[in-house]
Design a protein around this ligand. Structure first.
Ligand code: G3P
Length: 217
């Protein structure tokens, strides 16, 4: 079954969703950390007890050597840390070097099947196609997921596909239908996934009938 990650650096959001017992991991990026206004060190100190699954932290350097240096530093924060690298020439090089060092990687900002192919060849543990940003630009995020799935399956490639840049509950359904291994989901979308108007109507009806009945459990 497709795994569900939370795409946030907000600790309150992680705490709340972790309580549901459905969370397999967390992804962050520099924008999400900036939005949450938290240093990686403080974030990691809090999150250790909440999430034991893979936790993506992104490098900010633009050259491979500094990316590797940052990755090795970030990895000291936890056994479950996965290093997010941008899909650039330097990112591919850093990915290969980190693979040799036994450090798992998540190649991010992936917008084409060829970028995913390159990431896989470089030894990426995960690739993150950004379905929402593609859809925003008139392309089809789903079709990209489908292409990457077909290519990886054809060559028994073990790199996992994380559907990222999720905008709606429907994007999550599509990620599962089009073969993503994982969907990384913003808090608001995760909350919406639980809701259905007929669930609320049904629950209100059960409550009313029960109260009228005078019975007890
Ligand atoms: O994890 C990164 C990705 O999910 C970003 O999403 O909404 O900024 O396109 P978004």
């Amino acid at each position: 079954m497709m795994e569900l990650y939370l795409d946030t650096a907000n600790l309150a959001e992680i705490r709340e969703i972790a309580d549901w017992g459905i969370l397999s991991g967390v992804t962050t990026n520099p924008s999400l950390l900036a939005k949450a206004g938290i240093n990686v060190k403080d974030f990691m100190a809090e999150i250790a007890s909440l999430v034991t699954g893979p936790l993506s932290l992104e490098v900010t350097a633009e050259d491979a050597d500094t990316m590797v240096e940052q990755a090795k530093f970030l990895k000291t924060y936890g056994e479950n840390v996965v290093i997010k690298l941008p899909l650039t020439e330097a990112g591919l090089k850093a990915c290969g070097l980190l693979k040799k060092a036994g450090i798992p990687t998540n190649l991010t900002l992936v917008f084409s099947a060829n970028q995913a192919l390159l990431a896989a060849r470089a030894g990426a543990t995960y690739v993150s196609p950004f379905v929402g940003r593609l859809n925003d630009n008139g392309a089809a995020g789903n079709l990209l997921l489908e292409e990457i799935r077909a290519i990886f399956d054809r060559y028994q490639q073990k790199t996992k596909i994380i559907a990222a840049s999720i905008r709606s509950p429907r994007d999550v359904t599509d990620a599962a239908l089009f073969g993503a291994d994982i969907a990384t989901i913003p808090y608001g979308v995760m909350k919406k996934m639980v809701k259905h108007p007929l669930t609320d109507v049904g629950l209100a009806q059960f409550k009313a009938d029960w109260e009228k009945s005078g019975l007890c459990l």
